[in-house]
Ligand binder design. Structure first.
Ligand SMILES: [Zn+2]
Length: 241
């Protein structure tokens, strides 16, 4: 074999290597930082996550399929969740009770049909209150998720209030954040795989108003990481799948 047959490819490979090295020098700092930040959040490919089946987005862009079905199990009274996460919820409620904190479930799984009914009855309420039908629908759709877009339809979400909530309120409101139930959930829900799904700072990202009462099951591993990150699921999911 002629020497140039080896030499030329070697020079080419070396030139390519130098080119790549040079390129990396000019990668802007922010991009490097972003990659480092990403590296600090372990990804599911590490296979350390539990309950990966529950780690997905449900919102207006990511709807449940129309043939979605779920096996259900009661968690408190007649309120049910996906049978695969019901035990986590029951344990959370029991452990809170053992510390003297009574978590009262006011909503859990809702069928798509029930979701539709809720939406329609809320629209009627707004019309009765004086809004025209178009405006009533627009307002209602801001407050109540469309069928197939709610985490309640998936059996993965719980709305939790205090036992005496309805004595002093006629709606679920953000002042739930002033209760001992909320404080307990803020400190502990992630240990059972639940996250407070619609944080105050990210209403524009989630498309939902702040809902301190709404808890979504994503598995213990991701609930801890998400709590640690302080990010809403929409952002977190983007960098972790
Ligand atoms: Zn909810």
């Amino acid at each position: 074999m002629k020497p140039e047959r080896i030499l030329i490819p070697t020079i080419c490979i070396y030139a390519l290597y130098l080119g790549v090295q040079l390129l990396f020098r000019f990668v802007p700092n922010s991009s490097v930082n972003f990659r480092n930040a990403e590296a600090n959040i372990p990804s599911a490919t590490e296979h350390r996550a539990d309950n990966l089946w529950a780690y997905y987005l449900i919102n207006e862009e990511n709807t449940l399929s129309t043939d979605f079905t779920v096996g259900l199990e009661p968690v408190q009274g007649s309120f049910m969740l996906d049978e695969r996460c019901a035990d986590y919820a029951k344990q959370m409620i029991a452990d809170a009770a053992a510390e003297g904190i009574e978590l009262t479930v006011v909503s859990a799984y809702r069928s798509v049909q029930k979701q539709q009914e809720n939406l329609e009855s809320y629209i009627q309420r707004l019309i009765t209150a004086g809004h025209n039908s178009k405006e009533a629908r627009r307002l209602a759709e801001k407050e109540i998720a469309l069928p197939y877009t709610s985490e309640h339809n998936a059996g993965l979400a719980l709305d939790i209030l205090t036992p005496d909530w309805w004595n002093t309120h006629d709606d679920v409101t953000a002042d739930f954040e002033n209760t001992e139930q909320f404080r307990w959930l803020s400190e502990n829900a992630h240990k059972y795989g639940f996250i407070m799904r619609y944080p105050k700072e990210y209403e524009d990202v989630t498309g939902y108003v702040y809902e301190p009462w709404h808890y979504r099951f994503v598995g213990v591993y991701y609930a801890e990481k998400i709590k640690e990150s302080g990010l809403p699921l929409e952002y977190f999911y983007k960098t972790n799948f």
